[in-house]
Design a protein around this ligand. Sequence first.
Ligand code: AMP
Length: 187
Amino acid sequence: MRLLIMGPQGVGKGTQAARLAEYFHIPAISTGDIFRYNLKNQTELGKQAQAFIDKGELVPDELTNSIVKDRLAMDDAKGGWILDGYPRNASQVEALDKMLEELDTPLDAVVALDADHDVLMKRMMKRAEIEGRADDTPEVIAKRLDVYTKETAPLLDTYETRGVLVEINGVGDIDEIHKNIVAELEK
Ligand code: AMP
């Protein structure tokens, strides 16, 4: 199973990606987590990405595409994966298309989670309290939501046109949402 999970921040992508990873026995690959790991460990990649992440902007495509390419080439990704937080703009879609063509592994589905703005803001503010992420200030949260609306949300149309989009309501009980996703994927 090769999946993307998309949706605005706070919609529960990470949570549902983890559940799907467990269910399908595939790794959940989050570009945000990879960046955070590199920030924490002050690697070269982390240093290059820091300023963008701190502002809620996208890390340059070249950098992001190359970490995804390396990650998809790892042994544990041979049997499938779920990508969380990538692609985030049209150029990343193109880069991913090329990677998948080279690996000869098509995408099975794109899961799109959605929730209304108020629910998202509430969840984000709660997460900020609990996790203390440096990029969870109100300004940066608003900036990320703006980037999502402008650059990432239009990609859903791209995947819809390709006939791989599965849209799921991201509001409600976590188990229930997980079951809805699985039911749609198994159709
Ligand atoms: P996330 O945890 O997915 O919200 O990602 C946190 C931050 O990492 C984002 O605000 C971006 O600065 C950066 N990031 C994560 N994924 C990507 C991506 N696909 N392209 C560019 N930047 C990304």
